[in-house]
Ligand binder design. Structure first.
Ligand code: NAP
Length: 475
């Protein structure tokens, strides 16, 4: 006997679906709150994922939903590609992963706009405001899709990381492409139903996405990805308005707003303006004007051994660990946690100084150290750490370079001048672990290495730290 229709009809009732959407975006917001601290981040992520699952279910319950076979195929493909990719990606490759996923979002948005255009015979059966939001989504989604793919290609080294630009003509070309895309959009919103014109709009936006990101050096890519992420969010919100889908509007605005805030925070922490980043040219591997290249410094460098470093650390009362990109590349976080445990057993007080842009993505060091079970209360944010260096006996800098460079404070001609740094040279002594005198991300010499209290322990971060721990056992 089949169930009476009333028992299940509420499932397709618009009010019920709206309630599900409200539950979904309440969970997104709650999840985002959780992401603000390392203790609650994993739960926050799961909460937001549950919200997204509810939003997907609510959308599928919509009585207008069409081809179930296609929907199932799309979901199966997404799961088959997304789950293994997310499980296998290395933490240092996370920025390009985010670029790829972000690009997929932008691509989905412009394809939805195209489908809407076709379904409504070129927006002839819809209100003008819906056409405007859909066209906005088509342009911004397409820019974001193509821009994110270029960003992925550069970070994955499929494309050259150096800036690729048309020189002085670049900004003019970009402006012309933007004007052409917007003009096509205005013409369509005003009543031109030509699909060819719509495709022309998508092509102009695609060229613009390439033209904006190609001139930016690989080094600035994490900031660009965060900016494109904000673009995707805004275009998804516009799609939500066009489709009258509340969850999409809220989710899109959350991504748009948080992406914009993150872009700004990263730019401030690197002392780079967003227009300067978009204008391109920084950190593409080439020489930087005003910068002192590696090996050009007149001072002397003192090197040390793992045995001497172990003695210095064993007799310290307070040690500050300063992790950076090199610790991430070497995957040295577990070895570092082991070393600090050994030191703590000997009564040494330990702190970890965390610079907001140490590594290659925001929160990079926090994630790695959490993976190695380093207690959160040992992590000190930059301002807090800077007050502690004066009472620190040894600062152990592990694969960090730019974030410790005193040139940011002392050398007005330096490209990183004005960037806030970890003031490690205020501690009584400094040991730097890195493989060579090669520069870091900004491509410039680090004055710290020539200061009298600094000694260099040359080697891979993981092996060097393990050697120190082994030496410590002999003391
Ligand atoms: P960094 O300035 O890039 O320096 C990393 C250092 O690690 C290098 O000098 C390298 O020297 C060393 N290294 C590499 N592999 C190593 C290994 N296996 N073992 C030991 N050392 C190794 O790193 P940072 O101090 O963390 O600064 C981050 C930089 O990235 C900043 O300039 C920041 O503005 C930029 N950035 C960060 C973000 C973000 O969100 N975190 C985003 C965009 C840009 P050797 O080659 O001599 O070993």
């Amino acid at each position: 006997m089949s169930a009476p229709p009333l028992a299940t009809s509420f499932l397709h009732n618009q009010n019920f679906l709206d309630v599900l959407y409200i539950v979904a975006f309440s969970l997104f917001i709650q999840g985002l709150r959780g992401l603000s601290g390392p203790r609650t981040a994993v739960r926050g992520n799961r909460t937001a994922a549950v919200g997204m699952a509810i939003a997907v279910i609510a959308t599928l319950l919509n009585p207008n939903e069409g081809n179930w076979g296609l929907i199932a195929l799309g979901m199966a493909l997404g799961v088959a590609v997304g789950v293994p990719a997310a499980r296998q990606v290395k933490m240092t490759a996370m920025p390009q992963m985010v670029a790829l996923f972000n690009g997929v979002g932008g691509g989905a948005v412009f394809l939805i706009s195209w489908a809407e255009f076709r379904l409504t015979d070129g927006y002839s059966h819809t209100a003008t405001y819906i056409a405007i939001f859909s066209l906005f989504a088509a342009i911004v989604g397409s820019v974001s899709f193509w821009g994110s793919n270029i960003a992925f290609g550069k970070l994955q080294e499929i494309l050259p990381g150096r800036p690729i630009s048309l020189g002085a003509a670049q900004q003019i070309v970009n402006l012309v492409l933007l004007i052409l895309a917007v003009a096509a959009g205005i013409d369509i919103a005003a009543g031109n139903h030509s699909e060819l014109l719509f495709i022309g709009l998508l092509v102009c936006a695609a060229l613009l996405g390439n033209a904006v990101v190609l001139p930016i050096g690989g080094a600035d890519m994490p900031v660009v990805i965060s900016m494109l992420n904000a673009f995707t969010g805004l275009s998804a919100a516009a799609t939500g308005i066009a489709l009258n889908n509340t969850a999409l509007i809220v989710a899109g605005m959350i991504v748009g707003a948080s992406g914009s805030i993150l872009t700004n925070l990263m730019a401030v922490a690197m002392n780079r303006s967003i227009p300067a980043i978009v204008a391109g040219g920084f950190g593409g591997g080439g020489a930087i004007e005003g910068a002192q290249g590696a090996g050009e410094h007149a001072g002397t460098v003192r090197s040390t051994s793992a045995a001497d470093a172990a003695i210095q650390l064993a007799y310290a009362s307070r040690v500050m660990i300063v992790p950076g990109y090199g610790m991430a590349v070497a995957q040295a976080q577990h070895a570092v946690a082991e070393l600090t445990k050994e030191l703590q057993k000997r009564g040494v007080e330990i702190g970890y100084a965390i610079h907001p842009v140490a590594g290659r993505m925001p929160g990079h060091m926090n994630v790695l150290l959490a993976e190695a079970d380093v207690p959160y209360d040992q992590l000190e944010e930059m301002d807090e750490a800077n007050q502690e260096f004066a009472r620190t006996d040894v600062s152990l800098v592990i694969g960090a370079n730019d974030v410790t460079n005193p040139a940011a404070k002392n050398t007005p001609s330096s490209p990183i001048y004005g960037m806030p740094i970890l003031e490690v040279s205020n501690s009584h002594s400094v040991i730097v672990i890195k493989r060579s005198m090669n520069p870091g991300f900004a491509g410039i010499e680090n004055e710290l290495y020539y200061e009298p209290e600094t000694t260099m322990l040359f080697g891979d971060a993981k092996s060097a730290v393990s050697e120190i721990t082994a030496e410590l056992a002999q003391i």
